[in-house]
Design a protein around this ligand. Structure first.
Ligand SMILES: Nc1ncnc2c1ncn2[C@@H]1O[C@H](COP(=O)(O)OP(=O)(O)OP(=O)(O)O)[C@@H](O)[C@H]1O
Ligand SMILES: [Mg+2]
Length: 508
């Protein structure tokens, strides 16, 4: 009788996925220290923690992309051996990596079906017709306008993210890991993602969801596990937690996550652009930003915000238009020209444009301003180290030493190094494209404080952000873009979420 009862109980409560007492040590870093995680069928489980807490490491182990030092993984109560990505796929574990894993020169459709292409009747050939019709269906289901035949390197970051999501969710998976799937998405895509999650849930799929945006956790997650410094802290029903409690569990102390805007004295226009145009992309863009001013640029993904600042920075061509820095017309043909003119661009895409991943934290920090550290052809190493140490402290970059190569840093900490690098160039006009993407709540306020300091010393700041609270909180003035043009301008006083969304979606 007792035996039967306990058998039934076991059947009812056996989690779809369990990770027990996982350990992982990297040189100088204990990434995972006795971490356990249990996820039921049809459960969306949030995995939370500050930058460098160990979330991605735990998930890479589950996806067979990293080896654990010790610990056990079980699926439906049976121990499994996940020692390669192929093994994970065979077991029905699918992952959306924080750093994209797409092959840039293949099409969206080819990426979605990579390694499991539908076979044609003739052996050895791929049935492309089927591949494209099926991948197009998956993309359409996500509500994104992406042609499955487009090569991935032609897609924007947000579109690439949607392809990643399509790829991971089109497999018949039992467990889907989403490592910051939403970082690059705006509201429209987010709604599609949440609908997809709810559908997967109704099909019995287990989902592990990592995000630094806590609102999302409350919206789609059932339970949450919080990690801190590689350790398991707690697992709770999301319904039993408040935002403040989660933050406190994550950082281990009380923290106000307010946006500490300090308005700075404004000077003359530091950057003025007039009639910037590029066929099919940008239409007659004109605006200026003054010394000490923070100009926010809002808009939906694909509105042309990144394209605008890349054109100013000389990274993309322009058909017409002029750029003035401190009242003088400048001719910028490359990012090098832009840097010489005192313009810096902190990109949203740290992997491709922001960092040299094989170089250390120190080297990346000083890379774009080595001239300032060089005498008679020699780099003044002591000073260089002091500078790198200062940014490590100011931005709370989590790394054992400044001599760590940046590819070994967690996603959020890599983003902080990108910031450090641009802060050190001493640019007069700093453009931030999604500066806090993937940055945890505690470090976000550090970045806002730094922006205040830059504005106070007279720098002009342009900030592109898809997070409306951040745009509203930090901007002195807001431009809203829609379909490659400026749809409207709002002062800090008059701006609201509703007004921004109205302009961003093409309202008058
Ligand atoms: N290959 C590696 N070599 C050395 N250290 C590593 C490596 N990968 C990760 N780490 C370290 O392990 C720790 C945990 O990193 P992990 O990427 O799991 O953090 P995370 O919780 O995903 O953070 P984020 O929110 O920034 O993405 C960090 O201190 C990181 O620097
Ligand atoms: Mg991570």
């Amino acid at each position: 009788m007792t035996a039967t009862n306990s058998t039934i109980e076991k059947m009812v409560s056996t989690p779809a996925l369990e990770m027990r007492s996982i350990y992982k040590q990297y040189p100088g870093v204990r990434a995972l220290d006795d971490v356990s995680l249990s996820v039921g069928a049809s459960e969306v489980h949030a995995l939370l923690g500050e930058n460098g807490a160990g979330k991605s490491t735990l998930m890479k182990i589950l996806a067979g992309a990293q080896n654990k030092d010790s610990g056990t993984i079980l699926m439906d109560g049976a121990t499994v051996n996940v020692d390669s990505p192929q093994k994970a796929m065979d077991l029905g574990i699918s992952i959306i990596y924080q750093e994209f894993n797409l092959v840039p020169y293949l099409t969206a459709g080819e990426n979605i079906f990579l390694g499991r292409e539908p076979r044609a009747a003739i052996p050895g050939f791929v049935d492309f017709k089927k591949l494209y019709s099926e991948s197009q269906t998956v993309l359409n289901k996500l509500g994104v306008k992406i042609d499955a035949r487009t090569a991935v390197h032609h897609l924007s970051i947000a579109q690439q993210q949607m392809v990643e999501i399509a790829k991971a969710t089109s497999k018949k998976a039992k467990v889907i890991i989403m490592d910051e799937p939403s970082a690059t998405l705006t509201d429209h895509e987010l709604v599609a993602l949440f609908n997809l999650i709810r559908q997967l849930k109704s099909e019995g799929v287990s989902i592990v969801y990592i995000s630094h945006r806590l609102e999302e956790v409350f919206e789609v997650c059932d339970r949450a596990t919080v990690m801190r410094d590689g350790k398991w802290i707690t697992t709770r029903d999301v319904g039993d937690l408040t935002r403040e409690e989660i933050i406190k569990l994550m950082v281990g102390r009380e923290l106000k996550d307010a946006i500490p805007k300090v308005a700075a004295q404004q000077g003359v226009p530091a950057l003025k652009v007039s009639h910037l145009s590029r066929a099919g992309v940008l239409h007659d863009i004109s605006f200026e930003v003054k010394q000490g001013e923070v100009l926010g640029i809002a808009g939906l993904v694909g509105a042309g915000r990144t394209e605008t600042v890349r054109a100013i920075f000389g990274a993309d061509p322009l058909d017409s238009g002029t750029v003035e820095v401190m009242g003088k017309i400048v001719h910028i043909r490359s990012p090098q020209d832009a840097i010489k003119c005192g313009i810096g661009l902190v990109t949203e895409d740290r992997k491709q444009q922001g960092l040299v991943l094989g170089m250390t934290v120190r080297e990346n920090t000083t890379l774009s301003n080595l001239d300032a550290l060089t005498s008679f052809g020699f780099i003044r190493r002591k000073e260089e180290r002091e500078i790198a140490e200062k940014y490590k402290t100011d931005l709370a970059i989590k790394t054992p030493t400044i001599e760590q190569t940046t590819q070994n840093l967690s996603g959020g900490n890599q983003q902080k190094v990108v910031l450090a690098k641009w802060l050190y160039t001493g640019s007069k006009v700093l453009i931030f494209d999604e500066p806090t993407r993937g940055i945890d709540v505690g470090a976000k306020s550090e970045i806002y404080k730094l922006m205040n300091e830059l504005a106070a010393k007279g720098d002009a700041i342009i900030m592109i952000s898809s997070e409306l609270p951040e745009i509203l909180g930090m901007s002195d003035r807001i431009l809203v873009m829609h379909e490659g043009a400026i749809a409207g301008e709002l002062s800090r006083a008059e701006a609201t979420q509703e007004k921004i969304m109205h302009l961003a979606t093409g309202g008058e």
